[in-house]
Design a binder for this molecule. Structure first.
Ligand code: SAM
Length: 292
């Protein structure tokens, strides 16, 4: 049997055979460490009934390990130069399906309905292209997909923001958006040396398990997210001042804003970065009638 794809030797061999050159603009940093891959697969908790959606299979390093543990893997790859390579490297696995599409343009809901009829649960597992990390995660969460969770490699700096708690400097609208939909944690920090070529930044694997219901029940989701963004408009300002600056007509409606803050039980002198997801939820509901 052949060696794993994710070794420096086999990866170089494959790249040379096909004359493949990395495209930085597509975030191409391939994993060459089988140990790290095993850990990613472990964190995803796959079973023989799990369907896996992968984003950016590259030359198949992670795809191969996923195929060994899961029921089926459907992988989206944008770079057509990789298609013949993947056909070759993944030929031993009959439970892998590659889709030649930009994940941001894909109809994932439709794909799930046709490709995962035999899976009892679905996980997204990927070593993400770093130039589109947050658009990809938002797409996955906002489309209300029937997935159990998302386990992905991304920039450590983004991982820190995703798992951040209120009151820390990493805590921001990204933390809240993701913690609203999921229970998120950083599963491990990953050094640059396990990639080829090595990225400029440290990496981390983040595990996001979807909540059965969002963290807080709100009257209007898009208004909630607007209020969250306002809360962080200027970090040094109070929630009162940021809302006055961000809400339509807010400058002349300070009394109404103050009343909403009071109704929500939030001191008007606090900074937005100290509010929990739940507090932002209660606050956005209190503001909704006047400003929504
Ligand atoms: N999974 C492989 C590995 O771990 O070795 C490769 C990971 S590499 C960090 C990211 C991959 O995503 C590349 O293969 C790249 O071509 C692909 N990619 C970049 N943008 C994409 C997009 N918008 N949709 C789908 N794939 C994309």
């Amino acid at each position: 049997t052949q060696k794993d794809i994710a070794t420096p030797i086999r990866t170089r061999e494959i790249l040379r055979k096909y004359g493949f050159s990395f495209k930085k603009s597509l975030g191409q940093n391939f994993l060459i460490d089988a140990n790290i891959l095993r850990k990613i697969v472990e964190h995803a908790g796959l079973t023989k009934d799990t369907g896996v959606i992968e984003i950016g299979p590259g030359i198949g390093a992670l795809t191969e390990q996923l195929a060994k543990s899961a029921q089926k893997v459907v992988a989206y790859e944008i770079d057509q130069r990789l298609f013949p390579i993947l056909e070759d490297t993944l030929s031993p696995y009959d439970n892998v399906h590659i889709i030649h599409e930009d994940i941001l343009k894909a109809d994932i809901q439709q794909m799930i309905q046709t490709k995962f009829t035999e899976s009892t649960e679905i996980m997204v597992v990927a070593n993400l292209p770093y130039y589109v990390t947050t658009p990809i995660i938002f797409k996955l969460l906002e489309e209300n997909l029937p997935i159990r969770g998302i386990v992905v490699m991304l920039q450590k700096e983004v991982a820190d923001r995703i798992s951040a708690r209120p009151g820390t400097k990493e805590y921001g609208s990204l933390s809240i958006m993701i913690q609203y939909y999921t229970l998120a944690e950083t599963a491990m920090i990953v050094p640059k040396s396990v990639f080829m070529p090595q990225p400029n930044v440290e990496s981390a694997v983040v595990k996001m398990i979807l909540r059965e219901k969002p963290a807080v029940e709100v009257k209007n989701e898009s208004f909630f997210f607007q209020v969250v963004k306002m809360g962080f408009l200027q970090r040094r300002k109070t929630i009162m001042n940021n809302l006055a600056g961000g809400l339509p007509g807010g400058k002349s409606k300070k009394a109404e804003i103050l009343a909403a803050l009071t109704a929500a039980g939030i001191d008007s002198g606090r900074r937005g970065e100290t509010l929990s997801v739940e507090e932002f939820g209660v606050l956005s509901d209190a503001l909704f009638e006047e400003f929504g």
